[in-house]
Design a protein around this ligand. Structure first.
Ligand SMILES: Cc1cc2nc3c(=O)[nH]c(=O)nc-3n(C[C@H](O)[C@H](O)[C@H](O)COP(=O)(O)OP(=O)(O)OC[C@H]3O[C@@H](n4cnc5c(N)ncnc54)[C@H](O)[C@@H]3O)c2cc1C
Length: 539
């Protein structure tokens, strides 16, 4: 007997593309936060420690009030459904279901999360319980304990927040395709909402789940990471910042809005989430533990908001003029929290934009980096399946690199020499060691660093492979569209133009040591990250 349809509530697709609101310690573990062991970092201070306000920061409180002023809940909010796309064939919820599930993946936060909000909206409208799950894979693309530690600490905070909001949080262990569909069936979940990541592994996870979910369960995806949803910003791979910039700016009035709050859920579930033993979970991970967690970046949304607050107060004023100076504290340092979705870029932009009158140049530059460049990276990975291969580059770049493939290299280094920072170039070595020890290389140096790998390895393919390997292994923000695009920009000229032709690089833009010396005090940086001053790492 086919189940009776509940009040028809579509979950995505064309019916939703309608602006109007529808009616519708010592032991590695997580007990201590942040987890240990950690790298003794040379960074001056811990980011996100909340030291200034000793607990909940002024910004966190102001943000809470702003959400509350926006709407009493997402059910009363004019939700822009262009953020949502239908993944399943079925688009309507059936009667008899016992809950809505948000499968959290890229966007690991409760508030300021359009996917979480959409799931709660459905649950409120249907008067159903809301569940959240995260599928923890014990191994992911060579991520190390540096990454998993940050992720798990953040999730622990998510779980605690969910509990306060009467929303069971389920940590499922295994690949989503194996654990999520059985969960849906067992608990009679009526609809599934997930977030969006353009990289091939998470895209495949979504496809696999789609194939295994019961056919009568609608499944939608919400772009909760970008301000302008990736599929709205453009329907094709863009040439560069110059072609996507206007498309994004033209849509900001529509999408750069305040968030309503995720509220305490009024429809409790009879299904209780299993209590997560976070320490056991941490201990059971089968990951490389030699790349240590870092102390300067405290994981979690609260810490991310505190870093945002510090940035706005202390560093934003320098961002416009000093962001290319690695000796100056001018950057936001927010990329780890953005990467793990612990902080919404949209929240950062809403806050930073309030200071345009005080520091226009900085605010405009920050919007360019965090919105235009970042969303361009998502665009590239979404529309180009070869986003991490030389074949993914433009024809002109592939041709010029091929023409110069046999050019004599002045130096050739092995992966191990590069990894240990043992090249002839003290600036490069310092940048490499900054990344190894602190988990974050300065943004300006990332370009120089990757370009030198092209210069000192036997082929562009090898250069790309080494740079992605090192970036993903050591950068806390690694395995991100920004990282693949950063390496592809530096080595394969994507989103760039042809420059004067030279050996090895062909027409790919070149950078050199002398250029860096003109920009900042190179010696000071080299001195700070000299191997003599740093502990031996990784062990
Ligand atoms: C070779 C190379 C590798 C890179 N690897 C990564 C990576 O793995 N993960 C990552 O998030 N970024 C990467 N980037 C982009 C950029 O360098 C970092 O986002 C930035 O340094 C992070 O520091 P921040 O948050 O202090 O940046 P800020 O300068 O404060 O910028 C704020 C935010 O804007 C975005 N942003 C800044 N610069 C860029 C850019 N060039 N492209 C896209 N988005 C940008 C980031 O989300 C960043 O957090 C890479 C760039 C290059 C050239």
């Amino acid at each position: 007997m086919s189940p009776k349809k509940r009040k028809r509530e579509p979950l995505g697709g064309t019916e939703l593309e309608n602006d109007a609101a529808d009616d519708g310690a010592e032991a590695p573990g997580l007990t201590e936060n942040p987890g240990i062991p950690v790298v003794a970092s040379p960074a001056e201070k811990t980011m996100g420690g909340g030291a200034r306000s000793g607990g909940i920061g002024a910004l966190a409180e102001a943000v809470k009030q702003a959400r509350a002023r926006t709407a009493s809940s997402v059910a009363e909010f004019k939700y822009n459904k262009k953020r949502v796309r239908l993944v399943s064939q079925e688009s309507e919820l059936e009667e008899g279901s016992l809950g809505i599930l948000y499968w959290m993946s890229r966007d690991q936060r409760v508030q300021d999360n359009w996917a979480f909000l959409y799931a709660q909206r459905l649950a409120l409208k249907q008067k159903l319980p809301l569940h959240v799950c995260f599928c923890l894979v014990p191994k992911f693309l060579d991520a190390t304990i540096r990454h998993f530690g940050f992720l798990l600490h953040g999730l622990k905070e998510v779980a605690e927040e969910c509990q306060e909001l009467n929303i069971p949080f389920h940590l499922l262990t295994g690949l989503a395709k194996d654990v999520l569909p059985p969960f849906v069936t067992k608990h009679s979940i009526g609809g599934v909402v997930t977030d969006f990541a353009p990289l091939r592994v998470p895209m495949q996870w979504v496809q696999d789940v789609r194939e295994r979910l019961p056919p009568n369960v609608p499944f939608v995806q919400v772009d909760a990471h970008n301000i302008v949803p990736c599929w709205v910003a453009s329907d094709k791979q863009e040439y560069g910042a110059r072609t996507i910039r206007r498309k994004i700016h033209d849509r900001l009035a529509e999408f750069l809005t305040e968030f309503p709050p995720v509220i305490r859920h009024p429809y409790p579930s009879t299904v209780q989430a299993e209590v997560v033993d976070w320490d056991a979970c941490f201990a059971s991970l089968q990951v490389d533990r030699s790349v240590k967690e870092v102390r300067w970046a405290k994981p979690g949304t609260a810490a991310g908001l505190a870093v945002l607050e510090e940035f706005v107060e202390d560093r934003l004023k320098f961002f416009g003029t000093e962001r290319n100076n690695p000796n100056k504290a001018a950057l936001s340092n927010l990329s780890p929290w953005f990467h793990f979705g612990q902080l919404a870029v949209q929240r950062a932009i809403l806050e930073v934009s309030k200071h345009r009158r005080r520091c226009k140049e900085s605010v405009d530059a920050f919007v360019e980096e965090a919105v235009v460049r970042r969303e361009l990276a998502d665009n590239f990975c979404f529309y180009n399946q070869k986003y991490d291969q030389v074949e993914g580059a433009s024809a002109w770049a592939q041709t010029t690199l091929a023409l110069h493939a046999k050019d004599k290299r002045t130096h050739l280094y092995t992966l191990q020499q590069l990894e240990e920072g043992k090249t002839h170039d003290p600036l490069w070595n310092a940048a490499q060691l900054q990344m190894v020890h602190e988990g974050k290389m300065h943004g300006f140096l990332r370009m120089y660093w990757a370009k030198k790998i092209l210069e000192w390895t036997s082929s562009p393919e090898e250069a790309l492979k080494f740079s992605i390997y090192l970036n993903d292994r050591y950068e806390l923000d690694g395995r991100d569209p920004n990282g693949y695009v950063g390496c592809m920009w530096s080595i394969c000229g994507i989103h760039d133009q042809g420059w004067a032709e030279r050996a090895v690089f062909g027409k790919i833009r070149y950078m050199n040591y002398a250029g860096c010396k003109r920009k900042f005090d190179v010696q000071r940086f080299e001195c700070k990250y000299s191997p003599r001053k740093l502990p031996k790492q990784p062990s």
